[in-house]
Design a protein around this ligand. Structure first.
Ligand code: NAD
Length: 534
């Protein structure tokens, strides 16, 4: 394992908290090699340098079956505990995650190459989700008695039982937040979880599970399987009772198909091509830094980040000049260190950087203007890419319609609101949208016409994502289902309807002709409607 990393002018050391023994302890937690078959381990690298930091065991299909079986065995006892006992584990986990936040951020940065600020903000997501469900889970999951078809004599109770074992499949861009935050309500509801993190970024997830164990989570309940998606995914989906998937729309479609065949539920959080509309009355002193973060935060590798900006014609030139200046300033503050110095980090890998660069290069070749950026920064690290602003992008270019998922944005001009709505909605995606204006009422009216699961007014994406009480997910090709809020925990449960009839009155009365029964039924239904019963 290397202890140094290359950076422009200086060499940054791997953070001292991340020792070889920590990495070995974490990789030993993967369910792999249990069935006698050992696979070639995955070489994990430090993104900033390309140096190997450890070897991640890879799970075979038999290992996946074993992982689900172990989780299933532990789940029975976990589900039988009163919810207060399950929540107490998370009360402790909340504090442990906050006290260990620096190590979590180190491990996120090693695998993702993102800036320190983004790694810390990512790590904070899980305590926020835990805090929300500590407050609400017991009430949401409590059985609810409702009236039956005949008041007093009948009743019906809505119960929520854990589904069993849930697969949580997570991408590399927010590897700690997504795996841990999506598992939190599943576990609180009484399920076991089998996680499938991305190979590149598994270390931070494994560390999160170690913290859950320290907080008192029973061993065995959460299992981690690692490997290429197509190697472990199909067996995982054949064995679990629900799948929570976050990733690309292409993979989400495969997951949805298999979940459909197996008749298990799924929640799919997928890609986006998110628009920001800047109306002529926007305060640009606030809109420019906010838009810059919405585009370039996490080096543009956030599902909700902005890739298309539509600016009203009166302020277009001013906005473009100031936005480009902000991008250039940010470019000067990119860097590869484990402290708060750099404001922008690396892309996740050289492969991903090449994909981002190919979108920009193709757009340039077909006539787009590159106002700033458009090049890799090998002086900073192997996968750094400049903050890039384009104009004159046309629909035949990949960047116009496909998710580039990097620090690249196109600015377009629009005349009036109708045109802005038409352009913003001209996408197969519907994950996030943003509106900047000085008039909130105007924005709220405009928002009602935008086809998107999240709509942020005078912000890029943080306001909706941090609102843990409101269910949030994609529409159109951006997803199925939601996370957060009551829906974000109820989806991990089966809803059971227990009906009670104190006296047999619903059956047909023997000896009475059906015409007569029909008359009395109609009278009863009319009466109940008038009295607002039933
Ligand atoms: P991806 O779809 O390639 O992979 C996501 C995860 O699925 C990885 O762990 C991968 O190994 C696994 N996987 C791949 N094929 C699989 C299969 N056949 N069966 C089971 N698992 C399989 O996505 P990615 O490149 O890792 O992540 C980036 C994408 O994720 C972007 O499109 C981004 O918009 C999206 N994303 C969405 C959200 C959201 O909440 N909507 C959040 C973060 C990222």
């Amino acid at each position: 394992m290397s202890n140094t990393s290359t950076q422009s002018g200086s060499r940054a050391k791997l953070p001292p908290r991340v020792t070889e023994s920590l990495i070995n302890r974490l990789t030993a937690m993967v369910t792999a090699g249990k069935a006698g078959e050992t696979r070639e381990p995955f070489e994990m690298i430090e993104v900033y340098t390309g140096d190997v930091v450890g070897h991640l065991p890879q799970s075979s299909p038999q290992d996946v079956e074993t992982a689900v079986a172990i989780s299933r065995a532990a789940q029975k006892e976990w589900a039988a505990r009163p919810i207060e006992q399950r929540l107490a584990v998370f009360e402790r986990a909340h504090e442990l995650i906050l006290s260990e936040i620096e190590t979590i951020a180190d491990l996120i940065q090693i695998g993702c190459g993102k800036s320190r600020r983004m790694a810390i903000e990512e790590a904070c997501d899980t305590p926020m989700v835990i805090a929300h469900y500590l407050k609400t889970a017991a009430k949401t999951l409590k059985p609810k008695k409702r009236s039956g078809p005949m008041p007093i004599i009948t009743s019906s109770t809505e119960e929520h039982r854990p589904k069993g074992v849930v697969a949580v499949i997570a991408p590399w861009n927010f590897p700690f937040a997504i795996s841990m935050s999506d598992s939190t309500p599943a576990l609180m509801a009484g399920n076991g979880v089998v996680m499938k993190p991305d190979n590149k970024t598994a270390l931070c997830t494994l560390y999160g599970i170690e913290l859950l164990h320290k907080a008192g989570l029973p061993r065995g309940l959460v299992q981690v399987v690692c490997g290429g998606g197509p190697d472990v995914g199909p067996t995982l989906l054949d064995n679990v009772d629900f799948v929570m998937f976050t990733g690309s729309t292409a993979t989400g479609r495969l997951i949805g198909e298999q979940a459909g065949r197996n008749l298990i539920g799924c929640s799919l959080e997928l890609g986006g091509k998110n628009p920001l509309i800047v109306l002529e009355d926007a305060n640009l002193d606030e809109a420019i830094p906010s838009a810059s973060f919405a585009v370039f935060g996490n080096t543009g590798q956030a599902c909700m980040h902005i890739e298309r900006i539509y600016v009203q014609e009166k302020i277009y030139d001013d906005f473009v000049r100031r936005f480009v200046a902000a991008a250039e300033e940010l470019g000067k503050k990119a860097g590869a260190t484990y402290d708060f110095g750099p404001e922008m980090g690396s892309l996740v890998s050289v492969d991903h950087m090449n994909r981002v660069a190919s979108h920009v290069d193709e757009a340039r070749e077909k006539g787009a203007k590159v106002l700033t950026g458009g090049k890799p920064r090998p002086d900073l690290g192997p996968a750094f890419y400049e903050p890039t602003v384009l104009t004159d992008v046309t629909p035949d270019m990949a960047h116009a319609t496909m998710e580039t998922f990097g620090p690249v944005v196109t600015i377009y001009k629009f005349r009036d609101e109708d045109e802005a709505v038409r352009l913003a909605n001209a996408t197969t995606y519907g994950l996030n949208a943003a509106i900047w204006t000085g008039n909130i009422d105007r924005a709220v009216k405009l928002a009602s016409k935008i086809e998107s699961g999240a709509i942020n007014i005078n912000d890029g994406f943080v306001t909706t994502y941090a609102a843990k009480g409101t269910p949030s997910g994609g529409v159109k090709q951006s997803g199925v289902g939601t996370r957060h809020g009551a829906a974000g925990i109820l989806k991990y449960t089966d809803t059971i309807n227990v009906g009670v009839q104190k006296k047999q009155i619903l059956a047909a009365r023997s000896g009475m002709p059906y015409e007569k029964q029909l008359k009395s039924t109609l009278v009863t239904l009319r009466l109940m409607r008038r009295l607002h019963l039933g």
